[in-house]
Each structure stands twice: as C-alpha cells, then as structure tokens.
Design a binder for this molecule. Structure first.
Ligand code: FAD
Ligand code: UDP
Length: 375
C-alpha cells in the first residue's frame, strides 16, 4: 500500500516544526499532529489586549551560531530585545547577571579593581574551607564564585524557590552558567545574537509550517495515528520518551512551572520584561511583563494596558505540563535506558526536549535539526 506521508511528526514545537519545514524543502510530505489545541509547543503565545503573552514561559532566542541565526532570520525578522533582568530582594533592586552595576549597588564600589577586591574578600573564607577540593554543591560553588553577600541576597532563596531544594542539595554546575562580569553590562547572555521574532513566536511557527498539513487536539496515543506505519514511512516523535514506551521501565520525573496571569490597568507595570524575586517573601520566582519583549519606547504607552504573569516553580504531578528534566542519578539512568530502547526503534526519530529528556534551549534544537537535514 502506498503511504500518504514520508513523515508523521508528533509534536508541533520548535523541533517538529523545523523538521517539517526542512523535510518539505527536501520534497518530503509531512503530517504534523499535536495534542494541544494550538501549534508551536512551548513557544506558543496567546494574544491578550493586543499583547503576545508567552503562555508556556518567557522565551528569548539567543545563539552564537551564525548558521542557526541566519536560518531563523530567513524565516522571520528578529527584533532588538536584549534580556536585562532585574532582581528584587525585599524591595532592593539589583541588575543581573552579576556585573559592575550589581557590585556598585551592593557595596558602592566604582571600579573593576575595587569590585574584584571586594569579591575576593567575600569568597576567601569559602575557598579556605574547601582546602583545595572542588565545590561539591551549588552553595559551595556560589560562595567560591561570588561570595557571601551575593549568595544571600541574589541566589540562595531564589534557587530554593526554583528547585524546591536547599542549595547544599543541588549540583554545582547549575550556577556556573550565570555570568560574573567586571564591566557595566546587564545583558543576561554572552551570545552574539539574540532577539524575539517580530510579530511574536507564532509567526515563526506559522512560517515554518506554511503549506504543511497539521492537526491539533490529536493525541498520538489515543488516535488512529498510533498505527503510524499505515500512514507514513517514518515517525518523528517529540513527545515524552517514557510515554512512548508505555512507562515500561518506570516514570521519569519533571519539574514544572505554573503561571498566574492578569491584566494590569497601566501601560507600564514594572518597566522591564523580567523581574526576579530573590527572597522568600514572595512565593513566585519572577514576574514577566510580556509587552516589553516586543514593544520599545513610545509603543509601550500606545497600549493602555499590560499583561503580567507571576511564575511559580512547582513539583510535577500527573496531568501537569512537563517542563524541565530532573538532573539526578535516578532520572539520568532511567532516561538513558529509554534512549537505548529508542535507538532500536526502526524508522523512528526521537527529538526535542521531551523526546530526548534533555534540557534544550531553542537554538540547539534548530542546530540539531539542521544537522539531520544535512545528513
Ligand atoms: P515542545 O515545545 O515541548 O513541543 C513538543 C510538542 O509535542 C508539544 O506541543 C506537545 O503538545 C506535543 N506532544 C507531546 N506529546 C504528544 C502526543 N502524545 N501527541 C501529540 N502531540 C504531543 N529556550 C531558549 O532558547 N530561550 C528561552 O528563553 C527559553 N525559555 C524557556 C522557559 C521555560 C519555562 C521552558 C520550559 C523552556 C524554555 N526554553 C527556552 C526551551 C524551549 O522551550 C525549548 O527549546 C523548545 O520548546 C523545545 O522544543 P520541542 O519541540 O522539543 O518541545
Ligand atoms: N539564579 C539565581 N538568582 C537569579 C537567577 C538565577 O540564583 O536571580 C540561579 C538559579 O539557581 C538558577 C540558575 O541561577 O537555577 C540558572 O539561572 P537561569 O536563569 O539560567 O535559569 P533558568 O531560569 O533559565 O532555568
């Protein structure tokens, strides 16, 4: 029997959509299905009061890979958004990531040499205590990177809220990805390129999927497409890897976030897209004001209202959206066992953050699909 499609693609997130776009370019016929009522996976934005609201978490595209940047810019234009989050510690405001603005506000230091001397003093005790050993956990790592004041005001309680565990129980590497800079530079990322698609992420997804057959509100496992071989030569699966195998080896754990979103009757609520709340006096980790991702200058005031979302970090339970893989021994081992099973599946490609049980930013997802395309 002739099959209708070259690829049945489960999931219309960035992985599935980019794959479909490139497959179509190579002359292949695809069908993309998604169990959500809309396309785009976690990039999907909902329009409220004329503002694109990042429904599944704030997304900022950033990369140093020129090929990836050229690729996404060939699909849509990107704006000049640069991520400059601010931290609010019990009403005191500090710039992030840790840089000369932060050090000046904390200690009044004005030059890089003064800041370096202050940090050296702050971390000297911790380094002595380690006695030549590598930091064993996030707390030890933070103390040796930036010292006590920054740890206490900007790291400790935020991290506890985000991960639901003490800093002494978390791996050191989590904190290593935050830049520490002795320049007045509030750009959160070190990458060469960053921005938000002009017109929002839905535009990016719509352009990628232009001319491709799609179905929403269709769950692979409860639909006719479970027998995908009847319809397609290959399957691209970007859902959760343990679900694909019927949880036969056990369930993988996830961390999740949830959002409380409201309309504020003011054009400019907090003056920034992201404000982190770094103490326990607020139960949420951060507040997102969505319009600042796409509106600059006067445009902010052209819209009389604004949309804000409080972000809460939540322990995962059945029925919730899986967001972040949990990096502990049990889950790493279990995921690897599932990946071994996955490699044995014929004509099935597992991809994306759920399909591989790996935390991927958007740019590495595109990089990976581009590599597959070249192959
Ligand atoms: P997803 O977007 O999750 O897409 C998977 C799709 O598969 C979903 O639409 C789902 O409904 C569908 N699906 C699953 N199971 C089934 C099924 N059984 N049947 C049918 N459909 C199914 N990256 C950045 O680069 N910058 C950021 O600022 C950034 N911020 C983030 C913030 C948060 C809170 C999170 C969680 C992630 C963030 N990311 C960010 C990462 C980014 O979200 C991922 O790189 C991207 O979403 C991965 O795309 P994906 O296609 O693998 O997964
Ligand atoms: N972090 C922190 N204070 C902040 C922001 C981040 O202590 O204001 C820590 C926290 O432990 C977090 C890690 O730095 O898990 C990495 O931050 P990033 O913003 O990269 O994490 P994301 O929110 O993207 O997962």
């Amino acid at each position: 029997m002739k099959k209708a499609y070259d690829y049945l693609i489960v999931g219309s997130g960035l992985f599935g959509s980019t794959f479909a776009y490139l497959a179509k370019k190579a002359g292949k016929k695809c069908l993309v299905i998604d169990k959500r009522p809309q396309l785009g996976g976690n990039l999907y934005c909902e329009k409220i009061e004329g503002i694109n609201v990042h429904k599944y978490g704030a997304h900022i595209f950033h990369t140093s890979n020129k090929e990836v940047w050229n690729f996404v810019n060939s699909i849509v234009d990107f704006n000049r958004y640069t991520n400059n989050p601010v931290a609010n510690y019990k009403g005191e405001l500090y710039n992030l990531p840790f840089n000369m603005n932060t050090f000046n506000r904390l200690w009044g230091v004005k030059t890089p040499a003064e800041a370096q001397a202050k940090i050296d003093e702050q971390k000297s005790e911790a380094i002595k205590a380690l006695d030549g050993h590598e930091p064993q956990n996030l707390e030890e790592q933070a103390f040796t990177l930036v010292g006590k004041d920054i740890f206490e005001k900007l790291i400790k309680e935020y991290t506890e809220k985000q991960w639901g565990r003490k800093c002494t129980e978390l791996p050191a590497f989590i904190i290593r990805r935050l830049p520490v800079r002795f320049v007045f530079d509030n750009n959160y990322f070190n990458d060469k390129y960053q921005g938000i698609p002009v017109g929002g992420y839905n535009k990016l997804i719509e352009s990628l999927l232009n001319g491709i057959e799609t179905l929403v509100s269709v769950d692979f496992f409860t639909s006719e497409y479970k027998d995908w071989m009847k319809y397609a030569k290959n399957l691209v699966y970007t859902g959760a890897i343990d679900e694909y195998f019927g949880y036969s080896l056990g369930k993988l754990d996830w961390r999740t976030v949830s959002f409380k979103t409201r309309v504020e009757d003011t054009p400019n609520y907090q003056g920034n897209a992201i404000v982190n709340y770094t103490s326990h006096d607020r139960p949420y980790t951060r507040v997102i004001e969505h319009k600042h991702f796409e509106m600059f200058g006067q445009e902010v005031y052209d819209y009389p209202k604004t949309i804000v979302s409080e972000e809460y970090s939540t322990e995962f339970q059945d029925g919730m959206e899986p967001y972040y893989p949990v990096n502990d021994e049990r889950n790493n081992r279990l995921a690897e066992e599932y990946r071994i099973l996955a490699r044995k599946e014929e004509n099935v490609i597992f991809g994306g953050r759920l399909g591989e049980y790996k935390y991927y930013d958007m740019a590495p997802i595109i990089e990976q699909v581009l590599k597959m395309y070249k192959k």
